[in-house]
Ligand binder design. Structure first.
Ligand code: PHE
Length: 364
């Protein structure tokens, strides 16, 4: 066993470690140069067969060589581990400043939450929520509500007829079996009177349809909320008090309503209901320095229609008008959303752009 041979084995091992570019290569070199079948291990095994003098010398040489090899191995191991750690830190770095919520929580449309808010005011007074179909019998939408057969609101310029058109395509205004998309939530009045026990206290939020073009202030599909109260001894002052309570609950305790005479076939007397302007609270009236765009400096905003339910409607629905009386009102939710939240274009409410809905908050 020549000293040069042992040196060569050592040098080959050192060269292999130095050449190992990563920990896997180093592991392979380790097995090849320090494992049980490596040249140095085999040489070590042969020592036993040497004569005593040569044994001591060879033992010393091989021991030194193996010492040098394992030192070099450990040093290269440390080096390569440090390299790997540095690389991993860069490659697997986590940018903690990246947004964690790429899919933001959804929310319901402000029209829905507005309708619920209005309905809640009445539910807290004991009213029940009522519903009716959007594809409605013409009888419920018009006849039961005392619309005469040739009432202009039945014409196609207002009403989407689903069925009940003449051969020339014009609607049959005298056909009681016609089917329409309901033009208001008032048919639910008749449905509630026919389907419920008296007294009746209901609110009905829902979608309605009219043949309007979509523009800044019109949409062919919009929402109304209808109220109907039928009991013994109800008067117009109950209507007025209920309206006042509603606008106070929704817009603040300093709110007021006023009634202006109007006509609806299904209420008598009928009125247009206004509320104090939500924005200027009436202060823009006669005050040229402080004009109000919301109410055009009139001080009042028109909310919708109301009145005492026409005895003819009660009779058509089998209710004795001598014993029972009541009131109804109905108004548009889109309009209310517009002036309550300063929405200037109704189209924003139907286009589904989250930039419109987001400022209303993630109310669910
Ligand atoms: N239905 C009427 C409309 O759409 C509003 C209304 C409801 C009027 C109830 C009186 C009573 O214009």
């Amino acid at each position: 066993m020549k000293p040069e041979e042992i040196e060569r084995m050592r040098d080959e091992a050192l060269a292999a470690f130095a050449a190992a570019g990563d920990l896997d290569a180093l592991q392979a070199a380790k097995v090849a140069h320090t494992g049980g079948t490596s040249p140095l291990a085999l040489a070590n095994r042969e020592i036993g067969a040497l004569p005593p003098q040569a044994k001591a010398e060879a033992g010393k040489r091989i021991g030194q060589a193996r010492g040098a090899v394992s030192k070099a191995l450990a040093a290269r191991q440390v080096e390569l581990e440090a390299e790997r750690d540095a690389r991993v830190l860069v490659e697997e770095a986590v940018d903690v400043t990246l947004p964690y919520d790429r899919v933001p929580a959804g929310a319901r449309h402000p029209l829905t939450t507005m309708m619920e808010r209005v309905a809640d005011v009445f539910v807290s007074m004991g009213y029940e929520i009522a519903e009716g179909p959007e594809v409605e019998a013409e009888w419920f939408n018009f006849d039961a509500l005392n619309f005469v057969p040739d009432h202009p609101a039945r014409q196609t310029q207002d009403t989407f007829f689903v069925q009940g058109t003449r051969e020339d395509g014009k609607p049959t205004v005298d056909d009681e079996s016609g089917i329409v998309l309901r033009t208001h939530t008032s048919p639910v009045q008749a449905r509630a009177l026919l389907g419920r026990e008296l007294p009746v206290y209901i609110v009905c939020p829902g979608r309605v349809y009219r043949t309007d073009e979509l523009d800044a202030t019109h949409t062919p599909v919009f929402h109304q909320i209808e109220l109907l109260a039928i009991d013994e001894g109800l008067t117009m002052s109950d209507l007025k008090g209920t309206l006042d309570h509603m606008v106070k609950a929704l817009f603040g305790s300093d709110m007021k309503t006023r009634l202006r005479p109007n006509y609806f076939p299904f209420t008598e007397p009928s009125a247009e209901m206004d509320m104090l302007c939500y924005v200027c609270r009436g202060e823009s009236v006669g005050n040229a320095d402080k004009p109000c765009r919301t109410c055009s400096s009139e001080g009042w905003i028109e909310l919708g229609g109301c009145g005492m339910v026409n005895p003819r409607v009660l009779t058509a629905c089998g209710v004795d008008p001598e014993k029972y009386s009541g009131f109804a009102f109905g108004f548009g939710i889109e309009r209310m959303l517009m002036f309550r939240h300063n929405v200037e274009d109704m189209r924003d409410m139907v286009e589904g752009d989250v930039r419109f809905t987001r400022p209303f908050g993630m109310e669910i």
